[in-house]
Each structure stands twice: as C-alpha cells, then as structure tokens.
Write a protein that binds this ligand. Structure first.
Ligand code: SF4
Ligand code: SF4
Length: 502
C-alpha cells in the first residue's frame, strides 16, 4: 500500500534570491527547512508544511513562497479531495482527526447575507466626527423600573445588580493559559484595560502576571474546575460558567500532560505533567435547578458583587435553554456559535455540531422578549465575529456585546494555520515552548490588540452614524435596520428580518 499522499503545500525557494542565512531553518517549528552544512545541500520537507507562512514573513530576501499543492485526485463533487485524504489518514492511523480554530465547512454565513440600512433624505444620518456617539454598554441584569428618592436631591432607591461597564461592545473571548501563552493573555489583558473592556481567563485559572489587570478580566468556571477558589473568583470582574463551547459542543477538553509545565500546573492547581481533562458535563449539573445552585453559590462566594454569566454552545433548542439560564439567575448568557475557534477539537465535532451564531442570537433575543424577561440578563455573542460589520449585525440581531477570539489572535500574528493543538505555534501564541513564546512581545501584542478594538470601535461609530443612531444600545435587537439578501423565507423568519427591497 502506498502511504504517501501528495503534501498539502509546496515550499518554493528562489535560489537566486536566497543568501543561505538559515533563518527559515530556525523559524520553522515544524522542521520544513533542512540544510546539510557538510554537503551544502538544502532539503525542504513539503509534507511538514502547514502554511503558517512564518518562514516567508521572516526571510530577509523574500525568497520563499508557499503554494497549495496542485496535485489532486480525479475530481468528484461529493468524494472531494479532502474526504478521500481524511479517509486514507484514518485508515492508516485508526484515530480521530484532530484540528483547531473554527468550522471550515462552507455552510451559509448569515452575516454575509445580511445588510445594514442607511439614512437618506428624510431621516438624517449623524456625523460621528462632530456628534457624540455612545458605544458604552452594560452587561448584566437591569431593573424592571428605577425608583428615585427625592428628599435632599435625587437618590437611587432601586438596588442595581452588578453590571460590567464596557466602553465598546467587544470583549476578548476566553482562551486559557495552557492553550495559549501568557504573552498572548497579557497582550489581551493590557489591551482590554486600555480600551475599557474585558478578556476571559478560559478554564486555566489566572496567572499571577495577569493580577494587575484583574479588573478587566472575567474568570471562568468550567467542568474541570481548575484553579477555582474563592480568591480567584473574587479577583476577577465577573464569573463565567462554561457549559459548552461552539467549536466542540457536547464534549469536554483535554490539555495533554506534556503541555502542563510547572507554571501551568501552579496556575491550574494540578500536578505538573498530568493531563488536564475537563469532562463533557459538569458532574454537579444535570438540571436548570443544579445550574441555579452553582450560579448562586458563586454569587454567594463573591458577596453578590460579581455578575455571573453562563456560556453555552449554540445548539438546536438554544432559545429555551438560554431562557432557563436567565431564569436560573445568570446575569448574561453567552452564545457560542459553531464557527467559534478552539485550540484543539476533533474535526468531526468542530465541523458538524451546533448552529450558526446569527440564528442563535435572533431566536434567544426573540424568546426573552416574548417572555418579558429580556432585561433580566444580557446576551453575549461569540463564534466567528470577523469585523466591525459582524459586530453591528450581531447587535442588531439582539446581542448586547460580542466576544472575539480568532480575530484577536490574528491581530497578535496568528495566520490560522490550525495547528494550535501541536503546541508549536510559530507566532508564539498557542505554545508554551520558551523559544517560541519569545516571538510574541506582550507590549507589541497589546498595541495591536488595542488597535483592533479601536479601529472596530471607530467603524461602529460610523455605522451608527449612517443608521442615524447615536448609541450602540439603540441598535440592540433593532432588526428592522437589517435586510436579508438571498435568504429563504424560513431563514428570514428565524432571523426576524425582512428581505432586501421591503
Ligand atoms: S530565510 Fe530566506 S534567504 Fe535565508 S536561507 Fe531561508 S530561504 Fe534563504
Ligand atoms: S494560534 Fe498559532 S498554531 Fe494556532 S492557528 Fe494561529 S498561528 Fe496556527
């Protein structure tokens, strides 16, 4: 049996441009470039190339180009090249195919079939450069009504539940220390503080280097309960219970022991070198009542000073689940759509479970409104948010704010090579290898991550201006400002938007 398939990529080097500096050998963590100093001969291991483009970026003479391998099996629309390669790989290994980042099957992307309205003639637009434009929003339970006491001046009588104040409706998603480097976490924490928003710890606990930014950090309580103790809960600005993740709904997580270094073991409070396994379910949650008990235990532990969010993967019956979560006492429900990223997931889960975030937001917002409890909790949307336009559309569909994960990593240097699970991230992000970690300078990372948030925030203000709105909260759930292009009647009904032209 012939075992070698054509490699996915071909590494081409312009021999005239190459100055034999060997930088590519040092830069590639996958061992693509090999130079035999004695024989003065190059060998390029094309089969190891993942198209991260690190070598091409770093080559001083731009001698390297990476191309998709042109050789394919005989064309077939159903038995695609990838299908055949996957089968052959599994026939060889007998293993689950591991991958990373988000769903890559070409399902319909609803964001790309939704367009935003713009003011013309009778309803004037607003110039965001000259008029104040409010992106500030609050995440958490809002009161039914506000009672004021007017004896000596005006005092607020109503007790307001703890809320998170966001200067822009964009937060950095939970990515754990262990799955990404402390340099990547630090970059996002500093950017969150600078811009006035938040980042999530993921389930890996909070590294001591993040303590100075704890006011801008949301701690996570996942099924493995790594590092969960009173001090950890009190240190962060809010707590998120992770029930599910969009990239791998219904399954747990696994950080191999080889990645559990001394620092990670200390932060996660597990022995060095031991596998960190998060079970698929929380072993103390089998009903909404159980979830409610955990929500209130966390509130109790933090003296009712921190909002508690619950994150679920967007799945078929997401609306009743989300309503149950809000009724159980959560201050926000986080919906993670099936394009959400991950550091490691079985390909079959990543690509075939869950539903798109757009329909999840719309159906949850609609259901909470129908039940008259929309103000009981916020909706945070995540999973595949790629631009300020996606943010605006998510908010118009009903979200209060969004989390960005992959987009934030791309800002830090990630090229979405999908090899996070190898722990050899060429850009110093999804790795714990000291030499690779040095490639990400947290000061530079913070600057880039903050710039992304600032750029998207500017664009959001421009979008609001074009819509004739002056606050992001006026856009929330304002589906009348969206129109669908090329969507079916059923899609439009679920999204609650009209077709373009009406
Ligand atoms: S980094 Fe570029 S110039 Fe240097 S050895 Fe590699 S291909 Fe040649
Ligand atoms: S984080 Fe690193 S390993 Fe993961 S996809 Fe991005 S570049 Fe590749």
């Amino acid at each position: 049996m012939v075992r070698n398939f054509p490699p996915d990529f071909i590494v081409r080097v312009d021999k005239e441009a190459c100055i034999n500096c060997l930088r590519c050998v040092r830069e590639c963590p996958f061992g693509v470039h090999e130079y035999d100093k004695e024989k003065k001969k190059w060998k390029r291991h094309h089969e190891k190339c993942v198209a991260c483009l690190r070598c091409a970026y770093m080559c001083p003479t731009q001698a390297i180009s990476i191309e998709k391998h042109p050789m394919e099996y005989s064309p077939h629309p159903v038995w695609t090249n990838k299908v055949r390669k996957d089968i052959k790989t599994q026939a060889e290994t007998g293993s689950v195919i591991l991958t990373a980042m988000g769903n890559e099957l070409p399902y319909l992307n609803y964001f790309d079939r939704l367009v935003l309205d713009a003011c013309q003639v009778t309803n004037p637009s607003i110039d965001p450069l000259r008029e104040p434009m409010e992106l500030r929003t609050y995440i958490g339970r809002k009161p039914e009504k506000v009672d004021l006491e007017e004896d000596n001046g005006v005092d607020l009588k109503t007790k307001i539940a703890p809320n998170l104040k966001l200067e822009t409706p964009i937060m950095f998603a939970h990515m754990s220390y262990g799955s990404i480097s402390i340099e990547a976490q630090l970059s996002m924490a500093r950017a969150a503080k600078e811009v006035g928003t938040y980042m999530g710890t993921g389930e890996g606990g909070m590294h001591v280097d993040l303590y100075p930014y704890a006011d801008h950090i949301i701690t996570q309580v996942a099924s493995g309960r790594f590092a969960v103790h009173e001090e950890y809960l009190k240190r962060g600005a809010a707590i998120e219970i992770k029930i599910g993740q969009g990239a791998k709904p219904g399954i747990g997580g696994h950080l191999p022991g080889t990645k559990v270094t001394a620092e990670i073991s200390q932060t996660r409070m597990i022995p060095e070198g031991s596998d960190a396994i998060s079970p698929a379910p929380h072993h103390d949650i089998y009903s909404i009542e159980d979830l409610s008990r955990l929500i209130y235990a966390l509130k109790e532990a933090t003296r009712y000073k921190k909002p508690v969010f619950v994150k679920i993967a967007a799945v078929h019956n997401v609306a009743p689940i989300a309503v149950g979560i809000i009724r159980a006492g959560a201050d926000a429900v986080v919906l993670d759509g099936f394009r959400g990223g991950t550091g490691a997931a079985p390909q079959v889960h990543r690509d075939h479970h869950g539903i798109p975030i757009e329909v999840a937001i719309a159906s949850v917002d609609q259901r909470l409104r129908e039940e008259g409890i929309r103000h009981w909790g916020s909706i945070i949307a995540s999973g595949g948010i790629r631009s300020s336009a996606d943010v605006a559309k998510a908010i118009a569909l009903g979200a209060d704010a969004v989390y960005i994960g992959t987009a934030a990593l791309v800002a830090l240097g990630c090229t979405v090579c999908k090899k996070c699970y190898t722990g050899k991230c060429p850009w110093g992000i999804a790795t714990q290898i000291p030499e690779l970690r040095k490639r990400l300078n947290p000061d530079e990372g913070a600057r880039r991550a903050a710039n992304l948030l600032k750029a998207w925030s500017h664009e959001l203000k421009e979008i609001l201006g074009a819509l004739g709105l002056n606050s992001i909260e006026s856009l929330r759930g304002n589906r009348d400002r969206l129109r669908g292009v090329g969507l079916s009647d059923v899609d439009l009904e679920v999204l609650g938007v009209k077709p373009a032209g009406r």
